[in-house]
Design a protein around this ligand. Structure first.
Ligand SMILES: Nc1nc2[nH]cc(C(=O)O)c2c(=O)[nH]1
Ligand code: SF4
Length: 237
């Protein structure tokens, strides 16, 4: 790590865990979470709007700054191997994240970065022990296509061996799936998950039932939102 990297500061909304990774490839695995503040998108169904929505939240109230050293020390106080960096959009802070990811991997952790796929990862942040879970936003997010679809960033993420996870809303299911099909044709992620949108268990369960066949015909995987089933939409899980 360069000398200054561990004093670099990150805008953090919360750290929590160990809890269970609720989505995607490591579903059900114990994990520590670092949720960074700020996002470059404005999805209408976002379940973490306090990381970016200044019209509804005082972001200062929901933000603390932590150094890379503090965050990596916190992670090392737990034996939990998996650390999930989420947001917001964590790659907005990737200059500072390089040092954090290096420190975590050097400490024996595996790192997952949850990203919306609009920002190409720096070469320095890619590497063994780090995986990007890319969740490209579809039309149902309410965000304009030019903001949410960045083909060059997606190509870089495919090249970095990332996986892809589409959040599909029940009301816009057909349009979301058609867009997901097109996106995967253009950007061949090695594995694709469908995940229902929802912050309550009944909504997630209904979504899972409606999506199961669509995942199967495409050879894609389906993920629930385990943390919603277990803890509802409580922060800190
Ligand atoms: N348990 C749990 N699993 C998660 N997987 C992705 C999360 C996220 O907020 O990005 C998340 C979360 O907030 N909690
Ligand atoms: S990209 Fe993620 S954090 Fe950002 S607004 Fe959309 S759902 Fe929320």
């Amino acid at each position: 790590m360069p000398p200054a990297a561990d004093t670099a500061r990150l805008l953090v909304t919360e750290t929590f865990g160990p809890t269970l990774q609720g989505e995607g490839p490591n579903l059900g695995e114990p994990a520590l979470f670092i949720r960074l503040s700020r996002c470059n998108l404005t999805c209408q169904w976002c379940d973490e709007p306090h990381t970016w929505d200044t019209s509804r939240f005082d972001l200062q109230e929901h933000t603390r700054t932590h150094t890379v050293r503090e965050l990596s020390r916190w992670a090392q106080t737990h034996p939990t191997e998996l650390v999930v960096i989420t947001g917001g959009e964590p790659l907005l802070h990737q200059q500072q994240l390089v040092g954090l990811v290096d420190a975590l991997v050097a400490g024996g952790k595996r790192v997952e970065i949850e990203t919306n796929g609009t920002i190409a990862p720096l070469p320095e942040i890619r590497g063994d022990g780090v995986r990007f879970n890319v969740s490209p936003k579809l039309a149902s997010s309410g965000v304009s296509r030019s903001r949410r679809y960045r083909p060059e960033a997606l190509s870089a993420l495919v090249e970095a061996d990332s996986i892809c996870k589409f959040v599909v809303t029940t009301a816009h299911r057909d349009a979301d799936l058609a867009e997901a099909d097109q996106l995967v044709t253009e950007h061949p992620f090695r594995q694709v998950w469908l995940m229902p949108e929802g912050i309550t268990e009944p909504v997630v369960r209904t979504g899972l039932r409606l999506l199961a066949d669509h995942a199967l015909v495409r050879g894609w995987s389906l993920t629930p939102r385990l943390h919603v089933t277990i803890w509802g939409n409580q922060h800190g899980h």
